[in-house]
Design a binder for this molecule. Structure first.
Ligand code: OGA
Ligand code: NI
Length: 349
């Protein structure tokens, strides 16, 4: 074929969606070409035993004392051995999740000029829509568009499409309730009092972000990346998708494809839970691949401490000799801002 993947599109391209829909696109513009570091690249696991733990959250609310302590034990293992789990019977109605995915789709379908109105530049902008340009990553663009809204302690959302705000508010509230239950149980699983994490993070004012990722079908999926390997900031991220797979987690040095169960929530343990637990909970490395068949959408809800709270390892989990504090303390806001500068190279600060 005569066409080569050498067209360089400017980083100013408004969205990957617009690019993917442009009729002439038959190969990947080189600006999106992502080089996997073959040497460091861990193997992809095809081991069927590698299945992510499943947590029945309804048992934490209405189970017998034995059932509750069993789930707390399962959480302990999930947080330390996996750094992630799936939650079932969580109380977020399936119809609400569907409506939220549809509303995000309608948002991404808005004319590019209308979406530009929400184009924020700073990590602290409460509504931010854009494409996956990541300045800390050498000239490579990500094959995804996104919309991020801060939904707690103050609720922010775009005023279009019609109905978006109402659905976003209800969806965020229902998901936050799940996190509230999980954080208490995780506190107990660490041998701390139930409200330890709530207090240490001032969770009453804890930041919740509602973010959608839009990954259009890509002409050369193996040469592009949706989101490269990373860990999430915050305590817990809840994630759902539109049934098209693409999420991979790094487990025992192998990438595992995660196929989200319908109506389950995928939960990532994130950096600030690792810090608070002095490393007992593992913040999981994950990434999003793209495919050439269908658009994938995911909704991620990072839940973090309050922005002004200094996060440090729980003194109960620190022992000067055997478990010295392994993390630098700083506020969640400082962490986020430092991360933006590219100077926070790893989750260890
Ligand atoms: C993220 C993320 C994964 C996915 O938004 O931080 O890791 O499956 N998303 O979209
Ligand atoms: Ni992530």
């Amino acid at each position: 074929m005569a066409s080569k993947a050498s067209t360089v599109h400017s980083p100013k391209m408004k969205s990957v969606k617009a690019l993917a829909e442009s009729a002439s696109l038959s190969s990947l513009p080189s600006f999106y070409s992502f080089t996997h570091n073959a040497h460091d690249e861990p193997k992809i696991s095809d081991d069927a035993e590698d299945s992510v733990p499943i947590i029945d959250v309804s048992l934490l609310v209405s189970g017998t004392p034995e059932e509750r302590s069993q789930v707390v034990h399962q959480l302990n293992k999930a947080c330390s051995d996996w750094g992630c789990f799936m939650v079932i019977n969580h109380g977020v109605p399936e119809s609400l999740t569907k409506a939220m995915i549809e509303s995000f789709q309608e948002f991404f379908n808005l004319p590019e000029e209308e979406k530009q109105e929400f184009h924020g530049n700073h990590v602290m902008d409460p509504i931010r829509c854009g494409t996956g340009f990541n300045p800390s990553m050498d000239k490579v663009n990500l094959w995804r568009d996104y919309l991020k809204c801060f939904t707690y302690p103050e609720f922010h959302s775009p005023n279009k499409p019609a109905g978006f705000s109402e659905i976003a508010l209800e969806f965020s509230q229902k998901n936050r309730e799940v996190v509230t239950v999980l954080l208490k149980a995780i506190s107990k699983s660490l041998g701390l009092e139930e409200s330890y994490i709530d207090k240490a993070t001032n969770i009453e004012l804890g930041l919740q972000i509602l973010a959608a990722n839009y990954y259009p079908a890509c002409p050369e999926p193996d040469r592009a990346i949706g989101i490269p390997s990373h860990t999430d900031h915050g305590l817990l991220t809840l994630l759902v998708d539109n049934g098209i797979s693409g999420l991979q987690i790094l487990h025992k040095e192998k990438w595992i494809n995660v196929n989200l169960r319908p109506n389950a929530l995928f939960v990532h343990i994130a950096d600030h839970l690792e810090i608070l637990s002095n490393g007992k909970c593992k913040s999981i490395e994950h990434r999003a691949l793209v495919n050439d068949k269908a658009t994938r959408m995911s909704i991620a809800l990072p839940h973090g401490p309050s922005l002004e709270t200094v996060i440090r390892p729980a003194p109960e989990l620190v022992d000067k000799e055997s478990h010295p504090p392994a993390y630098v303390e700083m506020t969640y806001r400082e962490f986020l801002e430092l991360q933006q500068t590219g100077r926070l190279r790893s989750k260890f600060g």
